[in-house]
Design a protein around this ligand. Structure first.
Ligand SMILES: [Zn+2]
Ligand SMILES: [Zn+2]
Length: 379
């Protein structure tokens, strides 16, 4: 369905690759395809491998990708531009880039306000068994922190604005000299007036009470893919809390909780159920209806069925868009009647109209069987 390239093949890796391999291959490929590289540079490929690396280097995102592929990340971004911007990658991966681009990018001297990534948010999404099997579109309500619109995230009332800290002159640090028996020692400490920000706020913003961020309620459409598993996560990148000072937003994790089904249990794409049949059905064979998630189906059991027999209906389990499908398995338990119930049951069986209408052979068998039990009881 997805025409996006596989992240592993983009980085020349597979699912079992170690974190060191992921990092090493990314570094090599990023160097090769960096747009500044005149010989082999390609902005398109550079962006793609950056995107692949941002997923595969994060254990939670990698786990989601291994389970659902690109579907784990398509939330809301279908048709829209990629949620990964180059500037964020440069920010997050600056340690990697410095190693081959020289440290000039990180600059020196002037103290710029640190870009701060917003916090991640996790929401729990409860699904029932069939919703998880077939996939579902759901709406969720989400409270996220966004930068205050009144003060533009500064926390200062627009009338006074943000002022440069007079103690440190905006450096965020101050030198303090202390006298000791060794002489004067100069230490650099975080400025106590502005707590290192370099700024002070005279009048806090009334809207956010100086915090710089406010809560915003969003309603989001979540597309849960087919075959969603309990306790797995979907990730909506950059839908978490907004970052400060132009930093990227955090991610939204959607933790899926699948309610247990009264009859079905799931293992991978396979569905298991247990069904109890009577000893008479086991001895003589029978036909009955079985409910799978795809509808009902008649199955036939042959005469002489043994307890705990497993019947498998191929391709009647969970089906993925990729074409992969599991099976529906029925474990047949045979209920052995108590001795006191035995005789009435036999009598009922023999007088059962349906049975009498069945072929003579079966009726004769039942009669013989009844005689046998009668003898055992000493009658
Ligand atoms: Zn504000
Ligand atoms: Zn200061």
């Amino acid at each position: 369905m997805s025409n996006q390239e596989d992240y592993y093949s983009l980085l020349e890796l597979n699912q079992n690759s170690a974190p060191e391999d992921i990092k090493r291959n990314y570094k090599n490929l990023a160097r090769k395809y960096h747009p500044d590289n005149k010989d082999t540079g390609s902005e398109e490929i550079f962006k793609k491998i950056g995107e692949a690396y941002s997923i595969l280097s994060d254990p939670q995102k990698k786990a989601a990708y291994d389970r659902y592929g690109h579907e784990a990340f398509t939330q809301g971004s279908r048709g829209a531009s990629s949620p990964f911007s180059n500037s964020d990658l440069f920010d997050d991966l600056s340690d990697l880039f410095e190693t081959f681009m020289g440290a000039s990018a990180s600059g020196g001297g002037n103290r710029r306000k640190r870009r701060e990534r917003g916090g991640d948010i996790q929401v729990i999404l409860e699904l029932d068994f069939l919703e998880s099997a077939f996939g579902v579109n759901r709406k969720i309500k989400l409270n996220r922190l966004i930068n205050c619109k009144a003060c533009d995230g500064s926390g200062a009332d627009p009338s006074s604005g943000v002022q440069t800290c007079p103690t440190c002159k905006g450096n965020g640090e101050v030198r303090v000299a202390t006298q000791s028996f060794l002489g004067v020692i100069t230490q650099v400490i975080t400025c106590p007036t502005c707590r290192g920000t370099g700024n002070i706020i005279k009048t806090p913003c009334k809207v956010c009470t100086g915090k710089g961020q406010t809560k915003e309620e969003n309603e989001l459409d979540i597309k849960v893919p087919k075959g969603a598993e309990d306790s797995s996560r979907l990730i909506w990148q950059q839908k978490g809390n907004e970052g400060r000072n132009g930093g990227p937003a955090g991610d939204l994790y959607i933790l899926l909780k699948v309610k247990p089904h009264p009859k079905f249990k799931r293992q991978g794409l396979d569905i298991f159920e247990e069904k109890t049949i009577s000893v008479w059905q086991a001895i003589m064979g029978d036909e009955f209806e079985i409910e799978t998630i795809h509808g009902s189906q008649m199955i036939e059991v042959k005469a002489g069925l043994q307890p705990n027999t497993l019947i498998t209906l191929n391709s009647q389990g969970i089906k993925l868009d990729s074409g992969q499908s599991g099976s529906h398995h029925i474990k047949l338990n045979v209920q052995i009647p108590n001795k006191k119930d035995l005789k009435p049951e036999l009598i009922q069986l023999i007088s059962n109209e349906n049975l009498e209408n069945k072929e003579n052979k079966k009726a004769g068998f039942a009669e013989n069987l009844a005689n046998l039990f009668r003898k055992k009881d000493g009658e």
